[in-house]
Design a protein around this ligand. Structure first.
Ligand code: KG4
Ligand code: ZN
Length: 347
């Protein structure tokens, strides 16, 4: 059986995992840097890159110990080579290339967004093609996932990513970083109809999103508030979360409608950090049911950045007999519709 080591360092999680080609996760260690960035209310790229440098080797040691297999047993080494904060990406990619070179094993360059996209296939039987809502701290896109390495972007945010809107609103509410999980917690005790917030581009017949107007509207309401009472924070969190849900559902409805005349994919998948939000998962599941497609999402713990998603993407490429040259560059930007299987190495 093949074993792939996956390394993820594109944002503020230093993560390593060892995944077997049958989908069993043998080792899985995620070292969050949240405490290093907390005082700044967001991720500081320079601090992140240095922290990855310190944390990566111990993270790999812990992962190997958990898996109980030596490094030399790996069939391939996969690492995120973009998109992301470039200092951190280079730390992880260079570390992975060094291991691959030292062991004489294939190196596999993984696009972070594709790793999020494929994670569902690690835990569920989801064949291609599928409709994917990719929602993270830096991205918000509706995608038609056609096969490994082949994605068509149907719509994107024209300004902020959803996770970014969660994080910025949470900061104004005094909830700290990361904001998504904190808003989800507060929203449980709040009234989703307490505040009416804008849903820009809703009604427009296109799959593009916009979240900056929602973020600004929330900010104006928060700034008018004399005191951030628990009741206010919960109500605003619930209203904010519901409005995000309305926007996502409306745009996905349009995407699914436009596919009705063609061959409808069998699954609607949500991936990325925001996909761990239970309220949003329930809204999307309901929507999928209305269109007769199956809703699928990775386990919540695998939605936020981790090494298993990178290792699994590595397995998917290894199964196709593909790897990457050691001079593969690290990229801060790397849209999902620009992957190039042709430039990969045939094993
Ligand atoms: O995928 P991810 O871990 O990192 C990026 O690739 O960006 O996503 C992180 C984002 C953050 O903005 C975080 O606030 C958001 O995902 N997030 C959530 C939840 N958990 C994480 N947003 C809403 N609800 C959650 N439960
Ligand atoms: Zn991510």
């Amino acid at each position: 059986m093949k074993l792939v080591l996956g390394i993820e360092t594109s944002c503020d999680e230093t993560a390593c995992a060892i995944v077997r080609d049958d989908g069993k996760i043998l080792g899985h260690v995620v070292q969050s840097q949240i405490k290093d960035h907390k005082a700044f209310g967001g991720v500081v790229p320079e601090i992140a890159a240095r922290a990855h440098l310190d944390l990566l080797a111990p993270c790999l040691e812990a992962c190997l110990e958990q898996a109980g297999v030596p490094l030399k047993n790996m069939s391939a080494i996969a690492a995120t080579t973009g998109p992301g904060l470039i200092g951190g990406v280079m730390v992880g990619a260079t570390f992975a290339k060094g291991i691959a070179f030292g062991l004489g094993k294939p190196f596999i360059a993984i696009n972070h967004l594709e790793a999020h996209a494929l994670t569902v296939r690690l835990t569920h039987d989801v064949p291609f093609p599928f409709v994917l809502l990719l929602v993270s701290g830096g991205h918000c896109q509706i995608i038609l996932a056609k096969r490994v390495g082949d994605y068509q972007i149907l719509g994107s945010t024209i300004d902020d990513a959803v996770g970014e809107a969660f994080d910025k609103t949470a900061k104004l509410l005094g909830l700290g970083y990361p904001g998504g999980p904190a808003i989800e917690m507060k929203a449980k005790k709040g009234d989703p109809l307490a505040y009416s917030l804008p849903r820009p581009l809703v009604g427009k017949k296109a799959c593009d999103f916009s979240f900056s107007g929602l973020k600004t509207a929330a900010r104006l309401i928060i700034e008018k508030q004399l005191e951030l009472t628990e009741e206010f924070v919960c109500d605003l969190s619930a209203s904010f979360q519901k409005t995000v849900g309305d926007s996502l559902v409306q745009k996905l409805t349009f995407a699914l409608e436009s596919m009705l005349s063609k061959e409808m994919p069998g699954h609607l998948v949500v991936a990325g950090g925001v996909a761990s939000n239970q309220y949003l998962r329930e809204r999307l599941e309901r929507l999928a049911g209305e269109y007769g497609v199956i809703f699928a999402a990775a386990d919540r713990s695998l939605c936020t950045d981790n090494g298993a998603m990178v290792a699994w993407a590595g397995v998917e490429y290894l199964n196709k007999g593909l790897a990457s040259p050691l001079d593969t560059p690290s990229k801060p930007r790397w849209p999902l519709d620009t992957l190039s299987i042709d430039s990969m190495v045939r094993l």
